[in-house]
Design a protein around this ligand. Sequence first.
Ligand code: AHR
Length: 500
Amino acid sequence: MKLVINEKHTLGRIEPEVYGHFSEHLGRCIYEGLYVGEDSDIPNVKGMRKDVVEALKEINVPVLRWPGGCFADEYHWMDGIGEKSKRKKMINTHWGGVMEDNSFGTHEFMELCEQLGCKTYVNGNLGSGTVQEMSQWVEYMTFDGVSPMADLRKANGREKPFKVDYFAVGNENWGCGGNMHPEYYGHLYRQYQTYIRQYNPEKPVRKIACGPNNDDYDWTDKVMKTCFDRCQKEQHGFMDLISLHYYVFPGGWNNKGSATQFDEDCWYTTLGKAYLMDQYIKGHVAIMDKYDPEKKVGLSVDEWGNWFDVEPGTNPGFLYQQSTVRDALVAGITLNIFNKHCDRVKMACIAQMINVLQAVILTENEKMLKTPTYHVFHMFRHHQGAELLDSCILGGGETGSEEWKLPDVTESVSVKDGIITITLNNLSMTEGKELDIELSEDRAYEVVEANIVSSGDVHDHNTFEEPDHVAEKAFTGYESIKRGLKVALPAASVVEIRVR
Ligand code: AHR
């Protein structure tokens, strides 16, 4: 098997936002995971956990989406501003029936993004909010002048406007965001987005329309048809992106399966379902191309990842799950797919950042651990802002089960600052694979760094007692050959090799 890389042929920029994250008022994602409050014994800066922020900075979080998810279409932003003791207390009816005291609101989200050094993605409430409420939120956050909302922000201690990079008009409006039909949503989108004013044209707010679930091509078609005509006329983007949500449930919605206990068959089902991302993106992109051949509208896969049964003994509404080597493979497979579609996929947010679904970090009171997925994000960070290179595998075989047939190895390759980053996944649960990497020039290539995420057993995961059981390690399974490298990939591994 050979990986052929044409370094002379670049295929477009991989936007850093493709390595984005999602944080919802769900379980212990915001409260405890990210935010503990200034009075907490857990070390924090303005209420944000120091350990978590430091760990997240190491993976270069490019963008953070908030406050949901389904929570977004029930969230009324005015509940989360002003003096904390006076903020409304309520039950989070969507997730776990726990107290929401609104102590984390707009100002806190902006503070968190500032600490992380990332872009901001705010998800507006279309499902149960008004046009006025959405419009006023944008005015509150972004207007630098005299107005009722800008004055309110100043009275709450923030003189200068915040920077809102992305703003979504509703979430999953085909489901928890209002059970709408696509044409109906499309018309509402046209109306609501009109009042998302660009108060600072130098730093426009990029607008995101609610896109489909999985392979619901009809939704994409009808929303594009209803809305795209205006994109050609508007100066600042009528619809800059449309979302896609796709989760992997190995056993289906009603029988998702354990995060840590699975057999070989389930390994391939999970990886096979993750690999469907490629097919779904191609399907939605074909429809977008029909309306928008110039690719003005980006695809934002702003919820993706594995969704398993919750950890035994935890609140079912908190969606807390462990993360094994299998999750590392799903992350590696998915991120390589996004890279390959960089002409259309302009953003993606793993669900979710902390303590929920395929999290990169888990916490337990003052303890914190990095999951195998975290380590994959750490290796793949070199693709952020790089140019995708033309590459393909020749002579590769197939792996999988009766039902799910998959390529042995998947890859993507990019170049930045003269260094070529190659990321590889060996999807076989049991077999190592050999691969020759062939580059364009007839010379020796120097390996700048090489790393691997793998473990003796695919069920391995990190615990608070053993937080580094599965971690990124130096990879030594390669040797130089003419024009490239000969590589031996261990079974069930994610590998990054950087050469110049
Ligand atoms: O990520 C959990 C939930 O999954 C989100 O709130 C919702 O958008 C999706 O259905």
